[in-house]
Design a protein around this ligand. Structure first.
Ligand code: KG4
Ligand code: ZN
Length: 379
């Protein structure tokens, strides 16, 4: 069963929701915000306090559900979310010591992501919003990752460059003081996380691949086997990782089974180094081209230990202010969704009472008569 006995189900919930506590169009009064994230294989809920501090951040991972398939199976993901979501939300509220009746809003990932998985989170959040009479706000997953840069470092300055590196995205943005984000570059093929996951699969390291490569690479020599760094054109801020995957495939074909086995750590370290060096080079090129001195790196791949080391060293050397969120805010979590939703409400965004999922939603910038505004597009 999805809802437990304490759920405030009212007869009018489905037909005529009681929104008396929040009149659409009224100024949102800050209070605790519940965030819900279910776009892929993590069921997550988090509570932020009135001032935006993270009071709880609960993540239930589906790793064991999908590992034998070597990747996320959408149907299984949706079912697992359905089985977990109520428990995860209950735990987030209990840990935060916040009653659902004192919530001031619920923020939920609307897209991009797996349709069935998103439906679970969005429908749960809608029911909660109707039942409690609180505003609901849909959040773009990438916007959530970007917001994570300020969770542990609320004073991180704007404007800045943001590098989003996750399983589905590798994007560079310029983030301005007024909240506008301008896309400066993105991957033309595989995302950095995808390169980690596919590389791990070829190396027989299983799923999820990124953490496995990270782990084994620590005992390898990153210079023993060199992999190409794909930069596209000089000064380009566009990424490409599909050639790297092919390079690994060819190297593995040249090696016999026992050599492969003995050199797995070196292969992983060399492969990881190629991804890391390209990410760092382009992030710092974006800083230089934009004449900025603050860099935020967010998304699952920003949990990579080698990437964190190289970024930190170079930032210290070049006097760049770096926001590298703690690991729990790098990979998918609901604190970042709550934070982005809270910010939208503070900025005067109207609640999304007719919220629907947007599985293919993209986070884009729209250029109009020399003005750049943030927007979402489907497709
Ligand atoms: O942001 P995220 O949790 O989910 C998406 O929005 O995609 O990112 C997941 C990606 C996966 O590709 C995973 O392998 C990668 O982040 N990842 C890592 C590490 N931890 C997670 N990649 C490299 N090193 C890690 N330590
Ligand atoms: Zn993500």
């Amino acid at each position: 069963m999805l809802f437990n006995a304490s759920w405030p189900i009212r007869n009018e919930m489905c037909s005529s929701p009681d929104q008396s506590e929040f009149q659409p169009g009224a100024q949102w009064r800050p209070g605790p915000v519940l965030g819900i994230e279910s776009s892929c294989d993590e069921t997550a809920a988090a509570v932020l306090g009135r001032g935006g501090a993270v009071l709880s951040n609960v993540v239930s991972s589906q790793g064991t559900v999908h590992e034998k398939f070597g990747g996320v199976v959408p149907e299984l993901a949706a079912r697992a979310h359905l089985g977990k979501i109520n428990m995860v939300v209950e735990e987030a509220l209990a840990t935060a010591q916040v009653s659902r009746h004192t919530l001031a809003a619920v923020a939920v990932t609307q897209g991009p992501g797996l349709a069935g998985a998103l439906l679970v989170g969005v429908n749960y959040a809608k029911a909660l919003s109707y039942g409690l009479g609180i505003p609901i706000i849909g959040v773009n997953h990438l916007q959530g990752h970007i917001a994570s840069a300020w969770l542990a470092d609320p004073m991180f300055p704007l404007p800045c460059i943001v590098l989003v590196v996750s399983g589905g995205h590798t994007h560079l943005y310029r983030h301005d003081v007024d909240g506008r984000c301008t896309q400066l570059g993105r991957t033309r093929d595989d995302a950095a996380g995808e390169a980690f996951d596919k590389g791990a699969q070829m190396l027989g390291l299983g799923y999820p691949g990124g953490p496995a490569v990270d782990r084994i690479a620590r005992s390898g020599d990153s210079q023993a086997i060199r992999f190409p760094r794909f930069h596209r054109a000089k000064n380009s801020l566009e990424f490409s990782f599909s050639g790297l995957k092919t390079a690994l495939l060819y190297k593995l074909r040249e090696m016999d089974g026992s050599l492969r086995h003995h050199q797995t750590a070196d292969l992983a370290a060399g492969y990881q180094e190629a991804i890391v060096q390209v990410l760092v080079t382009k992030a710092f090129a974006a800083l230089k081209q934009s004449n900025l001195a603050a860099l935020a790196v967010v998304g699952g791949v920003s949990a990579n230990s080698r990437l964190r080391t190289v970024l930190s060293e170079r930032a210290a050397h070049e006097g760049i202010r770096l926001s590298l969120p703690p690991i729990e805010y790098c990979t998918d979590n609901a604190a970042m969704i709550a934070s982005a939703g809270r910010q939208l409400l503070l900025n005067g965004e109207r609640p999304h009472s007719d919220l629907d999922i947007s599985p293919a939603e993209r986070f884009v910038t729209v250029h109009e008569e020399n003005r750049t505004t943030i927007g979402f597009s489907v497709g």
